[in-house]
Design a protein around this ligand. Structure first.
Ligand code: 3H9
Length: 694
């Protein structure tokens, strides 16, 4: 039963009971209407309390029902709210923990609202690419005023109930027992003659509503260029201001129906569920007992090690930071301090917190100081011999049960595990640079990594606010293995007729923050060069364009050398197209006997993105990733894939795998074929009319 109905001395209590967050799915909605009717028909009942069991009043509409028949099946949320608002007996919403989206809209339909402190109040629909669709854009401005309401609706950000105590939203914010207070409040208002107040009857008062709405529109335009929802939120609020409640409500409904079907909303919902799904590993039960992580050690105080250490310190976990030389240790500590100082300067950290955080670091030059660590993360030079020394030493000093993690981005975690006598305790924790900023953490599962080690690392990742995705062992893991194919295509296209600025422009227009060439100039072209040299030895059969090597031979390593694929001016990070490089590319094509042709933006985007998709499909076939959404989360959080496209695998589904297959076959026939071995699963799914996500 999704809703409980009880009576308490003249008061009916309707309790949403639909774990985990009392989502307003069909059966919950039906239960509320039933409860309201039952209370109307019982002469002994004078008032009604509407509340939620467990960890929420309500997290809102059940998102899993969107675009299914259940979403529009009666009673819809609008019908439920109408029943609540139309109740002849006063309805008191008693809110604790969470009232979000449809949950808040439901409460706004009640005649009275009381709340416990600490409850998160939000209309977060915009984060799902939609707008509040059950009266939120109409009632919230009437409850708390135009400005505060628009801010909440357009940002989707939660506000704590106590902050809203005097806003007009709540009749009371109660310190004591919420259930008791709700009953007392209900008895009080139940004894009063009706009619009871309705938020819809309040006026929106603002000295210059049109001016503020225009201001909001200007603010939103810049930050939401790929998303239609924020603008529609403003339109809906404006409709209510100009034309009154009922017309505003009808317009809001229209916008909701249109937005819920957009690819942007699909992408955002995919990311919402993908984030949560990533932490679930198919063969690791959710009740696996995790290891206690109270003390962490990080080996290496360079850029990576320092950034990794900051993650734990920020979460209040003490870190022992080990280096081989005092000078390197001092430098590492100074960098961490400098990073925190910058955060203080931006006003995002209190000065006293800086010292508290620094105090959580214990610097050391001795491995013996690692003996109490529950987790040791190694971030030393990326060379198997160096890792061997470190892990052998760790095996000697680490306590039994300590998790030994490597931050390797390219090496075989199974080989690293084999340097110890405890491969079950070894795991990859691949952070992305800057490690204190980037959300992504690839958790690399070795063939012997214990399940509780994985469960522990996934839980810890949440604590340090990372999106953790499990990857099996393979060259490059999920992210870098795929990006290699993307970069290969980018380089082939230079050879065939494109120029760096054109490739970057096309993919940036698609939504990437930075195209491959600007990105490579930023990271340093020498890094890719070193990786390619290794690849030539390991995969002599794989065809690469040598055009990037040619660039590196001239010393153009990117921004740091004042020139790469582009020219740079001192103190200016703008990428200026380079005549020297463009001529070099032309000459290269000539030498290779390639007749340069005009390559359109569509081809550029398809070849780059489908190269990711094709490799992603192989990664799924091999079980390196357990689900397509994991791959999407890697790309959304670590590689700047445009959020409004939902990640490469969802994008492929949106385009249709039939079309993806045809495009890949076309490119395979025309261009460097060995880069386009179609993943069998693409053809199989396309034949069945399916996508990666069903
Ligand atoms: C809406 O209301 C539209 C209306 O305006 C109009 C309608 C006509 N539906 O995050 P957690 C699941 S749109 C379905 O780990 P926490 C979630 O997937 C909705 N499922 O917990 C997860 O499942 P699992 C507007 C939902 O304690 C589990 O609950 N509302 C929903 O860290 C636990 O979630 C929102 O956008 C849902 N609405 O945080 C609120 N919400 O265990 C979105 C959660 O299988 N939700 N689940 O992985 C949140 O922000 C957080 O989940 C919340 C709890 C703060 C509620």
């Amino acid at each position: 039963m999704a809703v409980d109905y009880t009576t308490h001395d003249g008061v009916a209590v309707i309790t949403l009971n639909n774990p985990p967050v009392n989502g307003l799915g069909l059966s919950t909605r039906a239960g509320i209407v039933e409860g309201i009717e039952r209370a109307q028909n019982d002469p002994a009942i004078k008032a009604i309390v509407l509340t939620g069991a467990g960890k929420a009043f309500s997290g809102g509409a059940d998102i899993t029902e969107f675009n299914t028949p259940k979403a529009t099946q009666e009673p819809t949320l609008a019908t439920v709210i109408k029943a609540v608002e139309g109740s002849a007996k006063p309805v008191v919403a008693a809110i604790h923990s969470v009232a979000m989206g449809g949950g808040l809209e439901l409460a706004l339909g009640a005649h009275y609202r009381i709340a416990a402190p600490g409850a998160q109040i939000a209309l977060p629909e915009v984060k799902l690419g939609i707008l509040p669709g059950a009266g939120g854009t109409q009632r919230l401005p009437r409850a708390i005023g135009l400005e505060a309401a628009l801010n909440m609706i357009v940002s989707g950000a939660p506000v704590m109930s106590e902050k809203l105590a005097d806003s007009g939203l709540f009749d009371e914010v109660v310190q004591g027992d919420l259930a008791e207070a709700a009953l007392a409040f209900a008895r009080k208002v139940g004894a009063q003659a009706g009619p009871h107040p309705k938020v819809r009857d309040r006026k929106i008062e603002h000295p210059n509503a049109a001016g503020f709405i225009q201001f909001a529109r200007n603010t939103v335009a810049a930050m939401a260029k790929n998303f239609p929802a924020p603008g529609k939120c403003i339109d809906a609020v404006e409709a209510g201001v100009q034309n009154g409640f009922d017309k505003g409500l009808a317009f809001e409904r229209e916008c909701f129906i249109a937005l819920v079907q957009t690819p942007e909303s699909r992408a955002l919902r995919h990311a919402f569920f993908g984030e949560r799904a990533a932490s679930k590993i198919p063969d690791v039960p959710s009740d696996t007992v995790v290891r206690d992580i109270r003390q962490v050690a990080v080996i290496g105080a360079g850029t990576m090690g320092g950034g990794i250490a900051m993650n734990f310190i920020n979460a209040g976990i003490p870190v022992t930071l080990l280096e081989t030389k005092q000078e390197a240790l001092d430098r590492g500590l100074a960098t961490i301090r400098k990073n925190y100082e910058a955060t203080v300067k931006k006003g995002k950290l209190k000065p006293e917190a800086l010292e508290q955080r620094m105090a959580l670091i214990t610097p050391t030059l001795s491995y013996d100081d690692l003996k109490n660590a529950d987790l040791i993360v190694e971030a030393v030079f990326e060379e198997l011999g160096v890792k061997e020394q470190v892990f052998k030493r760790l095996d000697e000093v680490a306590k039994a049960g300590a998790i030994l993690a490597s931050n390797t981005s390219t090496l075989d975690v199974d080989k690293i595990a084999a340097f110890t006598k405890r491969p079950q305790d070894v795991v990859g924790m691949h952070f992305f640079s800057p490690a204190n900023v980037m959300k992504l953490l690839e958790v690399v599962r070795g063939k012997e990594t214990a399940k509780d080690v994985l469960a522990t690392v996934m839980q810890l990742a949440k604590k340090i606010k990372k999106t953790a995705v499990v990857s099996g062992v393979c060259d490059g893991f999920i992210g870098n293995r795929m990006i290699e194919q993307y970069i290969r295509q980018a380089l082939f296209m230079l050879e065939e007729g494109a120029l760096p600025a054109q490739v970057d422009r096309a993919i940036e227009k698609f939504g990437f923050a930075m195209g491959p060439f600007r990105m490579s100039d930023l990271a340093g072209n020498d890094i890719g060069w070193a990786i390619r040299k290794r690849r030539y030895l390991e995969h002599p059969d794989m065809h690469y364009s040598k055009i990037a090597d040619r660039l590196c031979e001239t010393g153009r390593f990117g921004q740091k050398t004042g020139g790469g694929w582009y020219d740079y001016k001192a103190g200016d990070r703008t990428a200026y197209p380079s005549k020297v490089v463009d001529d070099m590319i032309g000459a290269f094509s000539k030498e290779a006997n390639v007749e340069r042709r005009k390559i359109g933006d569509e081809e550029i985007v398809e070849r780059l993105v489908f190269a990711l998709v094709n490799e992603g499909a192989k990664i799924l076939e091999e079980g390196i990733a357990s689900k397509a959404s994991d791959i999407d989360m890697v790309y959304l959080t670590g590689y700047g894939f445009p959020l409004h496209r939902g990640g490469p695998m969802l994008y492929a589904d949106t385009v249709g795998l039939y079309n993806v297959e045809r495009a890949i076959r076309r490119y395979a026939a025309r261009t460097n074929g060995d880069a386009w071995q179609l993943a069998t699963s693409i053809a199989e799914l396309a034949a069945k009319g399916q996508g990666f996500n069903g």
